[in-house]
Design a protein. Structure first.
Ligand code: SF4
Length: 330
């Protein structure tokens, strides 16, 4: 499928037709299998040196409500999570945290949990670590990998568009830099995820462009594991006047992602942002990965002002079985 065909499909295809095509593609990759894990999110700090307009999570340095989690506190939290298989760690760009905090955090988790999958620090945080340490990105990644890092989350990709970056997150690294860091991680044997934040001011063309850039990068490195379409939350941030994406738009975007990203192993129905019910429907629109149990997640909580519900594994399995799938715990 080329760019024009993909755009036409995204804009003109009937929602159910598109869903059928994407679901067929999902079954070609995974049959009836749907994946999830028992994971916990750790948002180690909400203090951030930059200000992305869509973000309702961060606090400026010195602002009331800013926090940093002690490493010992994080270890305790993880110890209190039964059956844990994966920890997902992301946070703000906190000028008060030294480089050593990050390496020690990974090393301490690895020391306490030898078999745990540690997915930590987006490409944006990795670049920040390079800046505060004076080491190049490759060296930072090598040191984190040696400390016990397994993989990198997909956040910070937003939309691969300079127009949108200037408008919404001018202080964030460019998408070229984001891709360069992801590619370097792949070269070092560190798989990464990739996201798209959609449903704000982007155009359909920019969404399709984003997906094609990811597909081309994957063709070169093969290092992406999962693609996560993130539906913009228009609450608790500077863009609250926007309506946010409709369910129609969300399902179409997940479906077109499965069709364009035919070289990505997984497409995620990220229930934390989509809501559990729509995420379940997305399992029939091309998604094959239901993320995990989560336990708590402060980024969407800070915007929606409600606590993210923890989904027990049995509940996830029930949701998957209801759509005719076979749950696979990874
Ligand atoms: S999205 Fe990330 S980098 Fe941007 S302001 Fe929020 S915490 Fe900081």
């Amino acid at each position: 499928m080329n760019f024009k065909e993909a755009l036409r499909l995204y804009q003109e295809a009937d929602l159910f037709e598109l869903g059928k095509l994407a679901h067929r593609e999902k079954e070609r990759h995974h049959g009836k299998k749907y994946y999830y894990t028992i994971n916990r999110h750790i948002n180690y700090t909400n203090i951030c040196a930059i200000n992305c307009r869509f973000c309702g999570y961060h606090k400026k340095p010195g602002e009331e409500g800013g926090y940093v989690l002690e490493i010992s506190q994080i270890i305790e939290t993880l110890k209190n999570t039964p059956g844990l298989r994966e920890v997902h760690i992301v946070g703000g760009l906190n000028p008060d945290l030294p480089y050593e905090y990050y390496v020690e955090l990974i090393a301490e988790i690895r020391r306490n949990f030898p078999g745990l999958h540690i997915r930590a620090f987006t490409c944006v945080e990795i670049e920040w670590l390079s800046r505060i340490s004076g080491k190049d990105v490759r060296q930072v990644l090598i040191e984190l990998k040696e400390a016990g890092l397994n993989s990198i989350p997909g956040g910070g990709a937003e939309v691969f568009s300079e127009r949108i970056r200037k408008e919404l997150y001018p202080a964030k690294i460019s998408f070229k830099k984001w891709l360069e860091i992801a590619t370097t991680a792949h070269e070092l044997g560190i798989p990464t995820n990739a996201t798209l934040l959609f449903g704000h001011i982007e155009t359909d063309e920019e969404i399709i462009e984003h997906l094609f850039i990811l597909r081309e990068t994957q063709a070169q490195t093969g290092g992406f594991y999962c693609f996560i379409p993130l539906a913009f939350i228009p609450e608790g941030n500077e863009l609250s006047h926007l309506p946010g994406p409709s369910a129609h738009k969300i399902l179409k975007t997940i479906a077109i992602s499965r069709l364009i990203l035919d070289n990505f192993p997984h497409i995620k129905a990220y229930w934390v942002f989509l809501g559990v019910k729509l995420a379940q429907v997305a399992l029939l629109w091309g998604a094959d990965h239901f993320h995990g149990t989560v336990f708590e997640e402060k980024i969407s909580e800070s915007m929606k002002k409600t606590q993210v519900m923890r989904l027990p594994p049995q509940e996830i399995e029930k949701l998957i079985k209801e759509v005719g799938g076979e749950p696979v715990l990874i």
